[in-house]
Every structure is written in C-alpha cells, then in structure tokens.
Design a protein around this ligand. Sequence first.
Ligand code: AHG
Ligand code: MN
Ligand code: MN
Length: 335
Amino acid sequence: MVNPTAWTDDNLMSLQSHVLAGERDHPEATGDFSWILSAISLATKTIGNKVRRARIDDVLGELAAENTHGERQQKLDVISNDIIKACLGSRANIGVLVSEEEEEPTILRTRADGGRYAVFFDPLDGSSNLNVSVGVGTIFAVIRLPEGGGGGLEAVLSRQATMVAAGYVLYGSSTVFMLTTGTGVDMFVLDHSIGSYVLAKRGIALPPSQPIYSINEAYSARFPEGVQRYLDWAHRSSYSSRYIGSMVADVHRTLIKGGIFIYPATTDRPEGKLRLLYEAMPMAMLVEQAGGIAVTQDGTRVLDLHPTDLHQRTSVVLGSTEEVAHFLKQMDSTS
Ligand code: AHG
Ligand code: MN
Ligand code: MN
C-alpha cells in the first residue's frame, strides 16, 4: 500500500512546498523564511521573463550611469534590481537589502520593528553577456540579523549575523534555481508551462575531482606567481578549460560537473574582482553544502571572512575538494 504522505522522487514538488515542508520539520519556524523565498521566487521569474524578452523589449544596452563599482550599468541590471526590491520590500520581516547596484543599503525597518533578516543580492550577474544571449543569473544570501541590535548597517556587518540560506537562479537554456538552507543543496527547474519551480534533484553532490579549470586565462601575466604555477601544472596534467564569464554559469557547471573556478587577485585588482557579500559568500555556502571547498587564493575559507564593507572584493577559489587542494599546493610551493 502506498503511503500518500511519503515523499518519493516521483512526487511533483514545487519550491514553495519544499520550503514549507522544511519549515514543518522545525516547529520553532515562524514562516518567515518561506515568505522571503516566495518573494525571491517571484522576483527571479519576473527577471527571467525580462531576460528572455531581451531582443523583443527595449531592455538591452548600457545606461549612462555607473554602479557603485564604477562599472557601466546595463538597463537590465537596473530593471532587475528594481524587481527584487519591489518583491522583497513588501516582506515585513526584512530589515535590510544590500544590492550590487546600490552604494548604500536599503534599510526597511529596524530589528525592533520586525526586520529579522537581511538579503544580499547581485540582481543580474554576468550582465555584460546579455547582448550575446549567454547565461546570466541572480545570486542571493539570506542573513539572520542579531537580536537586540539596531538592524542597520552595523547589524549586517556584525559577527553575529548568520547566513541561513543562499542560492542563485541561472537564466540559461533552462531556468535553474539552486538553493541551500544549510542542509545540502537542492535544484529546481522552472516549468514555464505551470509557472513554478519544481524540484529536479535533491542533495547535489559536487564530484571530488574533475580536470577542468575555469579562469580568465587572458589575465595570466597579471596573476600571482602561484596561480601561474598552478596553470602550468594544469597544462602539464592535461586539464580542460571552460570559462563563460558569468559567475553563476561557471559556478553552476562546477557544481554539477566538478572542477575548479578561480577568480584571483590581479596586479590591477589586488583585492580580486568578485564581491564578498553577494557573490563569493552565497556561492561558498552552496559549494560547501554540496561537499566542495570555497576559499580565497591564500586558502582562507570564504565563510570565515568578516566583511567590513558592503561592497568589498575578494579572490575566490571554489570547487571540487581535490582540485582546490591541487591549486593550494601550487600556491604554496616555492620551487
Ligand atoms: P556582474 O555582471 O554582476 O558585474 O558580474 C560579472 C562578474 C562575474 O559574473 C564573472 O565571473 C566575472 O565578472 C567575469 O569577469 P572577467 O570579465 O574579468 O573575466
Ligand atoms: Mn556579478
Ligand atoms: Mn551584477
């Protein structure tokens, strides 16, 4: 006799039901979390729809404005940022929003007024790839703010702030939502015909090794010696190279197939390029939850870094355990 309440791989499970089911396992849960994730789900479906209509609607191209990093904003960067803020702004339990596209955090409400969470996001990652129809994405992290604090910027940067969920949506040949709430990584795919993210795979496990590296090798002359040594080693070891230039797409391939993704410091960007709060940290949580490693180029665990600035940059090395170990060995080696 089939037990109707037992979950099997054959059940159709939406993202929404998955999150609700997760909350049922935690009697102390307040429902806050599903409320936030439903906003992210709605925002990313809306952004995905804009991305797909990119050559039909007037959403492509650069704006005159630059973002907080001095980079030219694409129209879709701004549209995506507005969509996320519109969806998350109405959730009563969110205190602070931190976006790649905005210098200052958006403070919605204090901790005392119920702002228990912050959400960090890169509304559209890889946006310079938009006009060539390459995969782009949205990256996010949900942070529980410390009790008793004011809930503003100091709470976001406080050591007591904890990342309770992270994920990304890849607007690729299919629209994929990867999510961790700290108990593994689950993959959902948007079924356009019903408008829902449906569970495609639970417990993504990153292969422990795979001879693929993903790095912008054109910058080699500007990399630290150790990175150059690693690349020489990888060439001698018959590695293959894959680099899309959208972090979401490169990390997604790494999570599924294994390998290593590296964005090191360069002489012209001594801190690295990628941003800690809404690029490196959420990806690090996903990679670790899938059984991989995420460190800086000197081997410090990304999730052990303490942010001091909302938009600080970091070097990033992540992927299969054995591949990251090969990299760190070459970084360390003095010969
Ligand atoms: P964004 O579009 O959000 O500014 O991010 C771009 C990032 C990231 O997606 C990618 O890994 C990296 O830029 C690529 O940089 P290079 O062009 O220097 O390789
Ligand atoms: Mn980005
Ligand atoms: Mn971006």
